[in-house]
Design a protein around this ligand. Sequence first.
Ligand code: GDP
Length: 321
Amino acid sequence: MRRTLVTGVTGQDGTILARRLVAEGHEVHGLVLDADAAEAWATAHELEAVTRHTVDLADPDAVCRVIADVAPAELYHLGGQSSVAASWADPLGTLAVTGLGAAAVFEGAHRLTEAGHPVRVVQASSAEIFGRAEQSPQDETTAIRPVSPYGAAKATAHHLAHVYRERGTFIACAILYNHESTLRPESFVTRKITAGVARIAHAGGGTLALGNLDAQRDWGWAPDYVDALVSATRHTEADDFVVATGQTHTVADFVRVAFAHAGIEDWRSHVTLDERFVRPAEASIQVGDASKARRVLGWAPTLTFEQIVGRMVDHDLAIIG
Ligand code: GDP
């Protein structure tokens, strides 16, 4: 049985990945922060087969110890503080968990490799490392220029992945653009919108408070991005891959399509501006060029923007009754 370790296993991507790995017959181990919450997660998603290890990513000794104990063949590093918005409220905590946490994972993997047990690691890198990108679309060669604490933490991890790769440890980097699903929490704008639309459609009225409607993002479908993580891990060599749809949309586009899907055309009357959701600095237009992933890994997105929005709205309409 192939033994696999997933950090951040209870998150959106971790959940989708764990389902897939269990179905493939892997012995799946997951790093979790809170044992009780993780047990509730395992029950809710029928993932009791996942062995949970309660480890704080900000504790490097504990991270290295669990990697040595589990000795996985594949290691998916998805864990960390994953919200750009929250990183402004806690920059140091974000750096500790998302930056240094990755360093601990790479060090643990390096020690395991040196001990004669090679492990394949994939780092969930992020479009946010490009920040105010000087080129559009961005690819694997675009200059790294983060503009948020989250982006800086992910950039640190990205650079360290290359350092450890040079030392002979297999660390692939999937530079993931925003990717959504019905598992997204409402701290992300997409799920906030689809949950809000369902609420307004159900109640026959109401408003949704948002920040910058002009921000542009390259939104993809999370299960596709999990496929890319798996392909990058199993590729012959560790490399960097931008994972994106190549299409960009504004937050306003997402709002319009989501309301229209619920049968509401006049979306503007349901949206208010709330300065609390406007960021101190915003990454420029994010749009990724995934032609390398397409060419080398045979990867391609399977859903359009409209289909992603439609699935999320349908899910939220169904759960509201
Ligand atoms: P991010 O790209 O990882 O930060 O993902 P988010 O879903 O949190 O944010 C995507 C974009 O939506 C950013 O440009 C935000 O500034 C913008 N946005 C506008 N209104 C909101 C809001 O109410 N909540 C969040 N989270 N983002 C918002």
